[in-house]
Design a protein around this ligand. Structure first.
Ligand SMILES: Cc1cc2nc3c(=O)[nH]c(=O)nc-3n(C[C@H](O)[C@H](O)[C@H](O)COP(=O)(O)OP(=O)(O)OC[C@H]3O[C@@H](n4cnc5c(N)ncnc54)[C@H](O)[C@@H]3O)c2cc1C
Length: 264
C-alpha cells in the first residue's frame, strides 16, 4: 500500500465564443452593447464572469443607457454589478458558467459526501465494478498521523487478503462480463478510504454552496482540504464571483470559507 495526497485539477471551464457574442449584442443593443463588451472584456479576468454579467444585463437590457427606456442609470463596473447581484441573491445568473474538476486520490468517504450535492452538478466516478485495483493507495487523515504504522499494517493485511481472493480466480479464462461481475463482488472488502478518482462539474452557484458547506469547521477533514483547494482556485480565477468569501485559518492548515451572501 502507498500513502497519497488528494489532488485537485481544474481541467475545464466555460469559454465564450466572442464572434457570436458580438453579433448577439449588436442585434440586441447596437453600438451601446458592443461598446460595453469591448470595455468589459478588456478588464475581465475570466469568460465565466463575463458570461455571468452578459446573462444578468440581458434581463434588463442594462448594457448602457437608452436600450431600455425604464433604465436611467446602470452599474458601470463588473465589480459593482456582480457584487450587487450577489447581495440581492439573484443566484440564477451564476448557473450559466461551469467549471470541471478532477479530484484524484480521494477516498470513497469523500465521494459519498460529494454526491449528496445535487443541483447544478455532473459527476463521473471511477468504476470499481470495472476497474480492478492493482495497488492500494490511501490518504492518511491527520487524526491517524500518530498511528501511521498501525494503519499501514491493517491496510496491508486487507490488501493481502484482497489479492489472495483475487488470485483464487483464473482471470485469463474469463470473458469481460464475468471479470466485471467478480471484480464487483470482491470490491466489497475494499476499504472506504481507498483512493479513487471523480470528475465533478458544477456551475458557480453550486460551487459557492458546496465550498460553504464542505469547508465548514465541522465538515470532514478530507473534503474540507479538497474544497479549500477549490476555494483558493476560484478566488484566484473568478475574483468577482467569489469576492465575498472570507476564510478562517484552521489548526490542520486548511481554511474554512464563509461567504457574506449565503443565499445566492
Ligand atoms: C458537516 C456536515 C455533516 C453532515 N452530516 C450528515 C449526516 O450525518 N447524515 C446525512 O445523511 N447527511 C449529512 N450531511 C449531508 C447534508 O445533510 C446534505 O445532504 C448535503 O450537504 C447536501 O447539501 P444540501 O442539502 O444543501 O443539498 P444540495 O443538493 O447541495 O442542494 C443545494 C440547495 O438546493 C436546494 N435543494 C436541493 N434539493 C432540493 C429539493 N429536493 N427540494 C428543495 N430544495 C432543494 C436546497 O436549498 C439546498 O441547500 C452532512 C453535511 C455536512 C456539510
Amino acid at each position: 500500500m502507498k500513502f497519497v495526497e488528494p489532488e485537485v485539477y481544474l481541467i475545464a471551464e466555460t469559454r465564450i465564443d466572442f464572434d457570436q457574442l458580438q453579433k448577439m449584442l449588436a442585434s440586441l443593443g447596437q453600438s451601446t452593447a458592443r461598446t460595453w463588451l469591448a470595455k468589459t472584456k478588456a478588464t475581465s479576468k475570466s469568460d465565466g464572469e463575463l458570461l455571468t454579467e452578459v446573462a444578468g444585463r440581458t434581463c434588463y437590457k442594462s448594457f448602457g443607457i437608452g436600450l431600455n427606456p425604464n433604465v436611467t442609470k446602470i452599474r458601470q463596473s463588473s465589480e459593482e454589478y456582480i457584487q450587487n447581484t450577489l447581495a440581492k441573491g439573484d443566484g440564477s445568473i451564476f448557473e450559466h458558467a461551469t467549471c470541471t474538476f478532477a479530484f484524484l486520490n480521494v477516498s470513497r468517504v469523500l465521494t459519498h459526501e460529494l454526491v449528496r450535492h445535487r443541483p447544478g452538478v455532473a459527476i463521473s466516478q471511477e468504476s470499481l465494478r470495472y476497474v480492478r485495483p492493482s495497488g492500494f493507495n490511501l490518504w492518511l487523515p491527520p487524526e491517524l498521523r500518530d498511528k501511521k504504522s498501525n494503519f499501514q499494517s491493517i491496510m496491508g493485511d486487507i490488501e493481502n487478503q484482497y489479492h489472495n481472493l483475487e488470485k483464487s480466480y483464473d482471470w485469463n479464462k474469463m470473458n469481460f462480463d464475468l471479470k466485471k461481475r467478480i471484480t464487483s463482488a470482491i470490491r466489497r472488502i475494499l476499504p472506504e478510504g481507498m483512493a479513487t478518482t471523480i470528475i465533478w462539474s458544477a456551475n458557480h452557484r453550486a460551487i459557492r454552496h458546496v465550498i460553504t458547506m464542505r469547508t465548514a469547521e465541522s465538515a470532514e477533514a478530507e473534503i474540507r482540504s479538497v474544497f479549500d483547494k477549490v476555494a483558493r482556485i476560484m478566488k484566484d480565477k473568478f475574483p468577482l464571483i467569489y469576492e465575498d468569501f472570507q476564510y478562517t485559518q484552521l489548526d490542520d492548515e486548511t481554511r474554512s470559507w464563509r461567504p457574506n451572501y449565503v443565499k445566492v
